[in-house]
Design a protein around this ligand. Structure first.
Ligand SMILES: *[C@@H]1O[C@H](CO)[C@@H](O)[C@H](O)[C@H]1NC(C)=O
Ligand SMILES: *[C@@H]1O[C@H](CO)[C@@H](O)[C@H](O)[C@H]1NC(C)=O
Ligand SMILES: *[C@@H]1O[C@H](CO)[C@@H](O)[C@H](O)[C@H]1NC(C)=O
Ligand SMILES: *[C@@H]1O[C@H](CO)[C@@H](O)[C@H](O)[C@H]1NC(C)=O
Ligand SMILES: *[C@@H]1O[C@H](CO)[C@@H](O)[C@H](O)[C@H]1NC(C)=O
Ligand SMILES: *[C@@H]1O[C@H](CO)[C@@H](O)[C@H](O)[C@H]1NC(C)=O
Length: 565
């Protein structure tokens, strides 16, 4: 059976064409809605920009291979690696799908060998369920599907390819006790040495609850559906469904329908905070609602998830899609505080919404939703285009319709001057930590509208990524996107630089039928390779505190090691 193409569709196709069997990856028109613009043949053929992005992957992989392999992440300034993601080689597993799509066969071979050698049932670290799903399970399953599709360069040892699936199963089985909570909502972490669950807790109004967050409980159903479909073991699907039901039947009801908060009580299944929006803590829960439906629209839970997604999108249009004071050309998606009040602020993670709204709006033929997707993608690009580096901030706030801010500490002449210069908003946190979300939305905007201006945008961002560097450090994250050379370099390269940043950049310049959003098989696969790797903000901050290594970036010319490109 062809991954992602459902049997009835194949039969329908066979009936139409009169062939007994459909060619693998033929478009199963009866289950796939057209999402992409109808690009003329030859679009992007041999575009040198795709090759430039591919070379950036090779360059950065070589740094990782030289200094950090097989540790989780590269520390590019101290030239070593760190096991901050359980010690299984997060960069390898997270980044392999991009290498497959790029046809970097030598690198893929090395990655496959590493993956087959890992014991995913053991870790000396506390294992976080969320990162297990988005980086490891997502990486393993998409690599398996992509290679099995036969559409990409390279032929690999069958045992190594099969190991991708068996490792995914073994990891998902090892982590499955996280579902042993009172409700079945997954606990946050597991100690792999003792097997004990580590409950996270949230205190609201002086009461402490065992808790999980929305993104944690809602960013697994695609992987778990796929794992059950590939292995025939239904336990994965059942666990995911049980958790999902609390999320799409929220109790108590959120402030605005479809815009649920970030924290749930794992003992009762109730929401305990009401900080809705598309930001970290919720983000990929919303993303998966529509992608699960695209993956299998015959599934009744997936159909309910689609309905919930439509409610989320409609509520977003009505309540939280807001423009800064006197700047109607910008539309941001506001987050809410824990009581459900609008905050007129947005983090970078929420920028994935542009692409998600475009995908779902087009798939469901909802021009109102698609229109919001374009606005959000444009506004997130604007954030990048108005900084000194051409890269964007972690979060912004803005002056609202009555020229006021949520947090009065931002109501100063400095922030007002910044807002007057930028478009009514100001930067709250200027760090750029390899964020893929704006790139992702720009990629979708290009594939859906066919407008080449989106390619220009991603090309500008790619060039911006190239401008803060030294010979010894080809790429590092930066502490201030609005300072010359990015302020200080951070001693860290997230695995999603490989997994997402370079993938979305590459696909923006690749021929549009490479990972086409119109092919069921790909769309399904794309669900994995397109996952928003949202980190919990608090965890991210901890990582940064440990890893920020202050390197003085002196002005160009006064240091031989700083290249300006
Ligand atoms: C990386 O190298 C630096 C400098 O030599 C050292 O201080 C640090 O402990 C190393 N980090 C790890 C995770 O090994
Ligand atoms: C796992 O639990 C054991 C026993 O309580 C403890 O010694 C160990 O430090 C824990 N592992 C981690 C990474 O905290
Ligand atoms: C959290 O769960 C543990 C069992 O895992 C239980 O003993 C404890 O009472 C719970 N705490 C709260 C605040 O409900
Ligand atoms: C902003 O966009 C303009 C027009 O596309 C471009 O010329 C300029 O280089 C961009 N600026 C940055 C900082 O990316
Ligand atoms: C702007 O924010 C202020 C302070 O939070 C609030 O009182 C006011 O109602 C808001 N205005 C609009 C138009 O939302
Ligand atoms: C990006 O930087 C690398 C390394 O300095 C360089 O070789 C490459 O040409 C740059 N790419 C672009 C598009 O400028």
């Amino acid at each position: 059976m062809v991954p992602g193409i459902h049997l009835p569709a194949l039969l329908a196709l066979a009936a139409v064409t009169g062939h007994a069997t459909a060619a693998p990856h033929a478009r199963a028109s009866s289950t796939c809605n057209t999402v992409q613009y109808n690009f003329p043949a030859g679009t992007n053929k041999n575009d040198p920009r795709a090759e430039a992005v591919k070379q950036a992957y090779v360059r950065e992989w070589n740094q990782y291979a030289k200094y950090a392999f097989p540790k989780d992440d590269l520390l590019p300034i101290t030239h070593n690696g760190t096991n901050d993601l359980f010690g299984w080689g997060a960069t390898v597993v997270d980044g392999i799908d991009t290498a497959i799509v790029m046809g970097l066969t030598d690198i893929v071979e090395q990655q496959l060998k590493h993956i087959a050698s890992v014991d995913f049932t053991k870790s000396a670290y506390i294992v976080d369920f969320f990162d297990v799903n988005i980086r490891y399970l997502g990486g393993l399953l998409s690599a398996y599907d992509l290679i099995k599709s036969g559409e990409f360069a390279g032929s690999y040892d069958d045992d190594l390819v099969d190991a991708l699936l068996s490792q995914a199963k073994s990891l998902a089985t090892a982590i499955s006790p996280v579902f042993d909570t009172v409700t079945g909502l997954p606990a946050a972490d597991r100690n792999f040495t003792t097997g004990e669950l580590e409950q996270s807790t949230t205190t609201v109004n002086g009461v402490t609850y065992n808790s999980t967050n929305t993104a944690q409980a809602g960013t697994l159903i695609l992987e778990y559906y796929r794992l059950s479909d590939l292995t025939g073991d239904e336990s994965f699907r059942q666990n995911a469904q049980k958790a999902e039901k609390y999320l799409i039947n929220p109790s108590p009801a959120p402030t605005y329908p479809g815009l649920v908060g970030t924290e749930l009580d794992t003992d009762t299944g109730d929401f305990i905070t009401f900080d809705g929006g598309w930001e970290a803590g919720v983000d990929s829960f919303i993303e998966y609602l529509i992608k699960t439906y695209v993956y299998n629209r015959d599934d009744s839970l997936a159909s309910d998830m689609k309905d919930f997604w439509v409610t989320t999108a409609e509520s977003s249009i009505q309540h939280i899609a807001l423009s800064p004071y006197q700047n109607p050309q910008l539309t941001f998606l506001s987050q809410m505080d824990t009581d459900g009040n609008i905050m007129w602020s947005m983090d970078d993670y929420a920028c994935f919404a542009g692409g998600n709204l475009l995908l779902g709006g087009k798939y469901l033929d909802r021009p109102d939703i698609t229109e919001l997707g374009v606005k959000v993608a444009d506004s997130c690009h604007w954030l990048y285009n108005h900084t000194v580096t051409g890269l964007g901030p972690s979060s912004i706030g803005w002056f609202n319709g009555s020229d006021q801010v949520y947090d009065s500490s931002y109501d100063t002449s400095t922030y007002r001057a910044e807002a007057a210069k930028n478009g009514g908003y100001f930067i709250e946190d200027p760090a750029y930590a390899s964020y893929p979300e704006p790139l992702e939305s720009i990629f979708y905007a290009y594939r859906v509208t066919g407008d080449e201006r989106w390619q220009e945008y991603n090309w500008q961002i790619f060039n911006a990524l190239n401008t803060t560097r030294s010979k010894a450090v080809p790429y590092a994250e930066i502490t201030d996107c609005d300072a010359p050379y990015g302020g200080e370099l951070s001693n860290y390269v997230a695995s999603f630089y490989f997994a997402e940043v370079l993938k979305y950049l590459y696909l923006t310049f690749a021929e549009p039928d490479v990972v086409s959003l119109d092919k069921c098989g790909y769309l399904m696969i794309y669900g994995f390779i397109g996952i928003v790797k949202s980190l919990h903000v608090h965890m991210w901050k901890e990582i940064m505190q440990i890893l920020v290594y202050e390197v003085e970036i002196v002005a160009a010319g006064s240091s031989a090691s700083v290249e300006t490109l």
